[in-house]
Design a protein around this ligand. Structure first.
Ligand code: MG
Length: 452
């Protein structure tokens, strides 16, 4: 636990292997720190992991011991908790989830009164409480716990306010929905029912060890892809464990890349309203091409949803997101899996089959790699790569992004694991591969030398 003391929160809250990194003791203490920070009513929700009750109970007990009242929403998608917090005028929320990580993991993530993920400065305040001797409140000020069972339904109703449900109903779509045995097991079937589509639900029962790994990647969605083909469905939709992310399979059974989905919805959003679209430096140039052509403007940020949402708010963006997580500001400023699914169905109903929409997108080749890099070598490696590319056209928004006439290379330290990520993109696959190879071998060599 000692290395978790310095910085508890990673890119996505506090995460770890249950009863090894993430124990009930740690959760209790963190609950006290979170309760001390929020000083008010706090909603809690969880995904379907086996450790959910243990972690939620410990966090809730910690919060109540410092006087916070806890509202327990039960198993609820992250965006539904975020919507509940934003629409109930309470101090904040806590989500017990490890999102797409394997079942032995769990995590604790906090959102502020607006429902948006806490910014780093606020997480540091919680870490500050955690590292101090936290006092419990007097016996007669201990917080209480109440339950609220309708957060999922409230959230589905909110999503439907922003979707042309009549158009979706009229299109008579067939949808295969893969819930990953996760928190969307009630909300996703309910949403599809309300949208009047013919839905076949896959992995729709909640369980701690899912039928397929929770991350909605092409490799993990084999069953969904074959069902879309065999049932001749209009689309396959897949969530991760806490349903903030959504992946798609087109009619015909082709996996839709995160940047492709983002581009299609950006284009559709711009057909209704012009304005800025926000995405991190790691997204494909395909998004720029599509946004420019559709009359929008593009803003690039550092990687991470809190940053993307902050920039969206500051610039009155009409749409934003990053790989697999889309943000619709007219609904709420967070990644919302249900809203993403609903908007894609509306887009198909109005603009035609997904396969046709994909065929109109510009083609880019993006190579994503990550190499092992101990945390203490991340900054030195970044500096080494910057020095090695002095004079080249570069963007330093997040890590090092080298800009070429026919593509780019992004080298950046991972915020969640001891890895360094290298992305290389070009319309020419060989060029993308060659540049990826060059940067990756330079980085590996540096880590090897520095580790000896
Ligand atoms: Mg997630």
């Amino acid at each position: 636990m000692s290395d978790m003391m310095a910085r508890l929160f990673g890119t996505n809250g506090v995460r770890g292997v249950v009863n090894k990194d993430l124990t009930a003791d740690l959760a209790l203490r963190l609950g006290k720190a979170i309760g001390s920070f929020f000083k008010g009513d706090v909603a809690v929700a969880m995904d379907t992991r086996d450790s959910k009750d243990m972690i939620l109970s410990a966090v809730a007990a910690g919060m109540m011991s410092v006087g916070a009242n806890v509202i327990n929403l039960g198993v609820t998608p992250s965006p539904a908790l975020q919507y509940y917090v934003a629409s109930h005028n309470i101090a904040g929320g806590v989500i017990i989830t490890a999102s797409h990580n394997p079942p032995q993991f769990n995590g604790i993530k906090c959102v502020g009164p607006t429902g948006r993920e806490l910014i780093r400065a606020d997480e540091e305040k919680i870490e500050g409480f955690f590292s101090k001797d936290m006092k419990c409140c007097q016996w007669d000020s201990v917080g209480t716990m109440s339950s609220y069972a309708s957060a999922t339904e409230d959230h589905v109703n909110a999503v439907l306010k922003h979707v042309d449900a009549d158009a979706v109903r009229k299109a008579k779509l067939t949808v295969i929905m893969d819930c990953a045995n996760g928190a969307s097991f009630i909300s996703a079937p309910l949403l599809l029912k309300r949208l009047g589509v013919k839905a076949i639900i896959l992995n729709g029962d909640p369980r701690g060890i899912p039928e397929r790994p929770s991350e909605p990647t092409e490799e993990n969605l084999g069953e969904l892809i074959s069902l879309v083909k065999s049932k001749k469905a209009d689309i396959g939709i897949a969530h991760d464990g806490d349903a903030d992310r959504t992946a798609f399979v087109s009619d015909g059974g082709r996996f839709v890349g995160g940047d492709e989905g983002l581009s299609i919805i950006a284009k559709y959003a711009l057909s209704k309203k012009k304005g800025p679209v926000v995405t991190p430096v790691s997204s494909s140039s395909m998004v720029d091409d599509v946004v420019m052509k559709a009359g929008g403007t593009m803003i690039r940020t550092a990687v991470g949803t809190p940053t993307v949402t902050k920039v969206m708010l500051d610039n009155k963006a009409i749409f934003g997101g990053e790989e697999g997580g889309m943000i619709f500001p007219e609904h709420q400023l967070c990644r919302d899996g249900a809203m993403t699914a609903a908007k894609m169905l509306e887009c198909i109903a109005k603009e035609g089959p997904l396969s046709k929409q994909i065929s109109k997108l510009p083609v880019y080749h993006i190579i994503k790699r990550k190499i092992d890099c101990p945390d203490d070598l991340k900054d030195p490696l970044l500096k080494f790569l910057k020095d090695a590319n002095k004079g080249a056209k570069a963007d330093m928004t997040d890590g090092l992004k080298l800009i070429y006439a026919d593509g780019w290379v992004l080298a950046r330290p991972s915020g969640t694991e001891p890895k360094f990520r290298v992305y290389s993109e070009s319309k020419n696959k060989d060029v993308a591969l060659k540049r990826s190879d060059e940067t990756v071998s330079k980085a590996i060599e540096f880590v090897k030398r520095a580790s000896n």
